[in-house]
Ligand binder design. Structure first.
Ligand SMILES: NC(=O)C1=CN([C@@H]2O[C@H](COP(=O)(O)OP(=O)(O)OC[C@H]3O[C@@H](n4cnc5c(N)ncnc54)[C@H](O)[C@@H]3O)[C@@H](O)[C@H]2O)C=CC1
Ligand SMILES: O=C1[C@@H](O)[C@H](O)[C@@H](O)[C@H](O)[C@H]1O
Length: 336
């Protein structure tokens, strides 16, 4: 029997996840939808020809739809309340990143899940499912480049909307790096500092763009990440791990090289949807397979909390201009 799913928030990624569940993945079916913009939920239902009910809001969906699993794909600030409600109702929940926009919000979720006594939550950190990042991790773990010493990384978006502000560069964008570096290095952060280069004229008043985030880990690895969300030229994710004996670079997405109009080159991607299309498929299939096996193994609430603790420190560092400490508590048994 298919796992029944309710989607809360049917915007860009909610609609895309509903599409992949319906058209690409196996073992799950979307039977419930909601969005603060109900028309948007109706549109997704009709476009994908879903045999689904549109609920008035997320809490009604959780309480009355009878679904096995909930996908929380609404705006970041609304995640915590829906994830807590889903846990309370004993439902599995896949929550897009960030798990919550603050560490306290994530801690509330970890506490609720521990009280439930089993893992119910998977966070939408898809990069560990990406074939390029997996190759990078393999290169590190095999010892090919020796002990990692530094990471130089960049997270560039073509442009962002007017509602995107300076802290979002951390808790909405950098949060992917904050998760994936812990996984790549098998290490934890101890401190951060944020510095601001000259501002691009393409950023609006509420946004300092670009930003450079500096991180230090327990093992002494130094990391610099450029977050530049109005870079204009494309969607570009870079990661170079410098080891004692070599450098491992995240592979570029596959693209045809063309000779045309007296130029040699290839097109760059412009959208996260295309850049990580395969990893979104694999992460969600893993979530459903975990439900079938009654054992979730993907990115956990603990991963959400660890990233959020670092994220909070980075947001503080944006304001203070100082080096801020990052302290992760002891990992509970449930997440070992
Ligand atoms: N893993 C990844 O690479 C990506 C993750 N995301 C995450 O997914 C979430 C949604 O992002 P997008 O789809 O890009 O945004 P979006 O703005 O396109 O869609 C969000 C939808 O949620 C709805 N919504 C807002 N508050 C709601 C509430 N209280 N109840 C029900 N619906 C509500 C909005 O009306 C909108 O339709 C964010 O947390 C974002 O960080 C987004 C893009 C990529
Ligand atoms: O998660 C995502 C968006 O929400 C976020 O706003 C973008 O900066 C990221 O590149 C994308 O992967």
């Amino acid at each position: 029997m298919a796992i029944t799913v309710g989607v809360i928030g049917t915007g860009a990624i909610g609609a895309d996840h509903a599409r992949r569940i319906t058209q690409t993945l196996t073992g799950a079916e979307v039977i419930a939808l909601t969005d603060v913009n109900l028309e948007q939920a109706e549109t997704v239902k009709n476009t994908l020809k879903l045999n689904a009910t549109v609920y008035a809001d997320g809490h009604e969906l959780i309480a009355n739809s009878g679904v096995d699993a909930v996908l929380v794909t609404s705006w970041g600030a609304t995640h915590e309340e829906y994830v807590l409600a889903a846990i309370k109702a004993g439902k599995y929940v896949f929550c897009e990143k960030p798990l919550a926009t603050t560490a306290q919000g994530c801690q509330n979720i970890v506490d609720a899940e521990m009280a439930a006594g089993k893992r119910l939550v998977q966070v939408g950190f898809m990069r560990p499912y990406d074939s390029g990042y997996k190759m990078l991790k393999q290169a590190i773990d095999s010892g090919e480049i020796g002990t990692p010493l530094m990471i130089h990384a960049a997270h560039r978006n073509q442009s962002v909307g007017k509602n995107y502000n300076t802290p979002m560069a951390i808790h909405d964008t950098l949060i992917h790096e904050l998760d994936v570096f812990r996984w790549l290095l098998d290490d934890e952060y101890v401190s951060t500092q944020v510095v601001f280069p000259r501002k691009t004229t393409f950023a609006h008043d509420q946004l300092a763009d670009p930003q450079i985030v500096l991180l230090e880990t327990k093992k002494g690895v130094r990391i610099d990440v450029e977050v530049f969300v109005n870079c204009q030229y494309g969607y570009d994710i870079q990661c170079a791990v410098v080891g004692e004996q070599g450098i491992a670079n995240l592979p570029e997405p596959q693209a045809i090289t063309m000779r045309k109009n007296a130029q040699l080159g290839n097109a760059l991607l412009t959208d996260w949807k295309d850049r990580f299309i395969d990893s979104y498929d694999v992460e969600l299939q893993d979530f459903f397979d975990g439900i079938s096996a009654n054992k979730l193994t993907g990115p956990s609430s603990w991963n959400g909390l660890a990233a959020a603790i670092a994220s909070d420190a980075c947001v503080t560092a944006q304001q203070s201009g100082q080096i801020e400490k990052i302290n992760l508590p002891e990992r509970p048994e449930l997440y070992r």
